[in-house]
Write a protein that binds this ligand. Structure first.
Ligand SMILES: Nc1ncnc2c1ncn2[C@@H]1O[C@H](COP(=O)(O)OP(=O)(O)O)[C@@H](O)[C@H]1O
Ligand SMILES: [Mg+2]
Ligand SMILES: [Zn+2]
Length: 484
């Protein structure tokens, strides 16, 4: 016997086997039982979720030799012919193909005739949104004066492209994507009938991968059986899909939570070296973050939620960039590096509270702790102030170019203050970090700018170092300036 793909072999033969479309199935069954079947339907929804399947079942219901029924026998000649696609009163037209256009032309001439063999002529027009204007017009005329015992089903993945004039003459059903557990159940049924052993976890991966497409899930199952040589295991499924083992993803998530940047980078680099598809890995990570977010909101554990949303936005952006890039590794490592900034994030509610109480503190709790301890040590050190050490320490904490800038500044110690002599550029850098630098000096710092370059510079729009950082972080641009 020749091999038949699961998606064909297990196409539902009656309503009871259809998954995920309960309201549609119920409505159609009622319509059949109460003899209120409409002459025109629109079945709208994504690919592979049952539009054609339900259309054929409806054709059987109307033409089964046992009589009009919501439970066709699947044994009589009419049922079997509909199943095989050879029933003379069932027309399946693909509006997207060239042949479809011819078919529609023929259709116009044939529409309205009584059925040859059954009770109803059923026309299934697939990808109906692709019909030409001419064809839509012909169809509209037919729908305006529906011929008796002719039923039209327009299946489409793009409902918005169906003209309103047509829509208003049809009953529209919106098909839903079945959820993971419904797909999982269907997969198990297939495997049990096929006598294929499987690991539950492996099926879950396949079900998630098929993203609500039932046809896709059946095809993946097919592939997985072949790939796994007759059995389905987590290992073979992960290999087949090129996905990274779950344990690596969950370690990555733990490191993410602890902002363990080095470990995160290591993982990315190792996976890349081993030839894993980083985009697939990243998608796994994104799914995990998404699930965590949903879980946290649902369980009202809202700590760290701002962090997670922020991480997600950075990671999503990286994902769409990386997919279009030749070097995803660089984009993903950069995304991880950006996480360093998350350390300083405070929950929004806390910030609002602080603003309300007039107690805005820019440093994070750890920083303010060190501030306090440093104050203590400062008082001790006061008599033995060492300028070069202070410069070194201040440079280290302020980071970036401040360290090198401080070395270029001429510092004078006066009775009651320190004077920093610097040109405008250097002064600007120091000013930006003055609150940090000041911690290391026992007297107030006064910055004296040497006038050179002043005039020219003040005319050009200068930009704060912090602004540059923010622009880089959010990949933004400046849309307007406020003059001081
Ligand atoms: N809701 C569903 N329940 C069970 N199987 C389904 C369902 N939707 C799709 N399938 C499976 O996918 C295959 C293709 O489905 P089909 O009805 O042709 O999708 P489409 O929505 O693209 O017309 C079917 O043969 C069947 O195996
Ligand atoms: Mg179809
Ligand atoms: Zn029958």
């Amino acid at each position: 016997m020749s091999y038949e793909a699961f998606s064909r072999k297990y196409r539902p033969k009656d309503f009871s086997q259809v998954i995920g479309q309960e309201p549609i199935v119920q409505t159609l069954k009622n319509a059949i039982d109460l003899d209120r079947v409409s002459h025109a339907y629109i079945f709208a929804g994504s690919r592979g979720i049952g539009k054609t399947t339900i259309s054929r079942i409806l054709a059987k219901c109307l033409n089964c030799e046992k009589g009009i029924t919501s439970e066709p026998c699947n044994k009589c000649e009419n049922c079997l012919e509909i199943e095989k696609g050879s029933f003379p009163d069932l027309y399946e037209i693909d509006a997207a193909s060239n042949r479809g256009i011819d078919d529609i032309r023929n259709l116009r001439d044939n529409i309205g005739y009584a059925p040859i063999k059954g009770r109803y002529k059923v026309y299934i027009i697939d990808e109906a949104h692709m019909l030409t204007r001419e064809a839509f017009n012909a169809l509209l005329k037919t729908l305006e004066e529906p011929p008796p015992r002719n039923i039209f089903i327009l299946a489409t993945t793009e409902l918005h492209k169906i003209p309103d004039t047509i829509k208003s003459r049809c009953q529209t059903f919106l098909f839903k994507q079945p959820n993971v557990s419904q797909i999982l159940k269907l997969m198990k049924e297939i495997l049990e009938k096929e006598n294929v052993p499987y690991e539950e976890e492996a099926l879950k991966i396949l079900a998630e991968e098929s993203e609500g497409g039932v046809r896709d899930s059946a095809s993946l199952l097919d592939q997985a059986v072949t790939f796994g040589e007759g059995k389905i295991t987590v290992e073979s499924v992960e290999k087949m899909l090129g996905i990274v083992p779950k344990s690596i993803v969950s370690d990555f998530m733990k490191n993410l939570e602890q902002k363990n940047i080095q470990e995160l980078l290591k993982t990315i680099i190792t996976l890349d070296k081993e030839g894993s598809d980083l985009n697939i890995f990243w998608k796994q990570v994104l799914n995990n973050i998404h699930n965590q977010l949903v879980e946290k909101v649902l369980s009202r554990k809202e700590e760290n939620i701002e962090d997670l949303i922020y991480i997600q936005s950075i990671f999503e952006k990286a994902y769409s960039e990386a997919k279009a890039s030749f070097n995803p590794k660089n984009i993903y490592t950069l995304a991880v590096l950006k996480l360093q900034y998350v350390k300083d994030l405070k929950p929004l509610s806390e910030v609002i509270k602080m603003i309300k109480s007039g107690n805005i503190q820019t440093a994070s709790p750890e920083q303010s702790k060190t501030k306090q301890t440093e104050k203590k040590t400062e008082t001790k050190k006061e008599e033995t102030f060492d300028l070069s050490k202070a410069i070194l320490k201040a440079g280290k904490e302020a980071g970036g170019i401040v360290a090198s800038t401080l070395k270029k500044v001429k510092i004078e110690e006066k009775e009651d203050k320190f004077i920093f002599n610097a040109d405008e550029t250097l002064a600007h850098v120091i000013n930006g970090k003055l609150n940090i630098i000041q911690k290391y000096f026992p007297k107030p710092i006064e910055i004296k700018t040497t006038t050179q370059k002043m005039e020219k510079k003040s005319k050009t729009k200068k930009r704060d170092e912090a602004v540059d950082k923010i622009l880089d972080l959010f990949q933004g641009k400046i849309i307007s300036y406020k003059e001081e």
